[in-house]
Ligand binder design. Structure first.
Ligand SMILES: [Zn+2]
Length: 269
């Protein structure tokens, strides 16, 4: 409820918890944000509940990852302005030829959509959010700018800490299950040798697995990065066959900066 003389909150809906965290960082007390996906949900395949659909109908703004990250969004009617947070981000793997046929598929058809896992991409992402919030409430622009600057200062400080903690892992060869970690790896200097899923979202065949084992042994890969929704028996099988240590990293979190603290901790444990 708005206090007398105070504007009511701007209602924002995001497709991921990370985006919610970034909108809150810029919007501060002026925004009320809901994420359609919980951090532990596979964002490519979510079923919206009626209450979430109602929130989307009432929203003043929708913020999304874009590319083919939210195929389910195409089935919904969205009336409010939409921010595609990939605007201004330097995308990786845009040149990879992929199948673009299936609406349901998340195959990184337009480039790798997991760009928020490079913390430096929070700069262009929050710039897009700042512009969109300021269009909704022009009088608040100075406040949103101050909030964003404070957030970026924190980001810079934490960035130094993450880089220092992950420095011993520089040039470490890793294999990933799903290709979620390219941006993270590029930022922190991990060398991704391959992904278990031959095409993102598609499980490997026995022949493809055999090839992966050979490649990992040949390259001496000792680290396997899984996601929380990776198939656990696949992860166990690869680790057992190759002797690699498996680490489950978090691709999404309620606290954007905390996400990288946690992943740095898991990688250096
Ligand atoms: Zn993906």
């Amino acid at each position: 409820m708005a206090a007398p003389g105070q504007a009511s909150s701007l209602r924002v809906v995001t497709t991921s918890a990370d985006l919610k965290s970034l909108v809150e960082a810029v919007g501060g007390a002026r925004v009320e944000v809901h994420s359609l996906a919980a951090p532990d949900q596979d964002p490519h395949a979510i079923e919206l509940k009626p209450a979430q659909l109602a929130r989307l109908r009432d929203a003043a703004l929708l913020v999304r990852i874009g590319l083919d990250h939210e195929p389910w969004l195409a089935r919904l009617k969205v009336d409010c302005p939409v921010v595609d947070a990939s605007q201004g981000v330097r995308l990786l793997q845009t040149e990879t030829p992929r199948l673009r046929a299936e609406r349901q598929a998340h195959s990184h058809a337009y480039g790798n959509p997991h760009y928020w896992l490079d913390p430096q991409n929070a700069r262009p992402m929050t710039a897009s959010i700042l512009d969109a919030l300021s269009r909704l409430s022009p009088a608040d622009r100075p406040r949103f700018e101050a909030n964003r600057n404070a957030f970026l200062l924190k980001l810079d400080t934490r960035m130094k800490d993450w880089a220092a903690r992950l420095a011993p892992l520089r040039d470490t060869k890793v294999v990933v299950i799903h290709d979620s970690w390219s941006y993270f790896a590029e930022r922190f200097g991990l060398a991704i040798v391959g992904a278990a899923e031959p095409t993102p979202g598609v499980p490997p065949s026995p022949a493809e697995l055999a090839k992966l084992f050979a490649r990992m042994r040949e390259a001496g890969v000792k680290l396997l990065i899984a996601d929380p929704y990776s198939n656990p028996s696949l992860v166990r099988q690869i680790a057992a066959k190759t002797g690699a240590r498996s680490v489950t990293l978090l691709p999404s979190g309620d606290d954007y900066l905390g996400l990288f603290d946690e992943n740095a901790k898991r990688l250096t444990r």
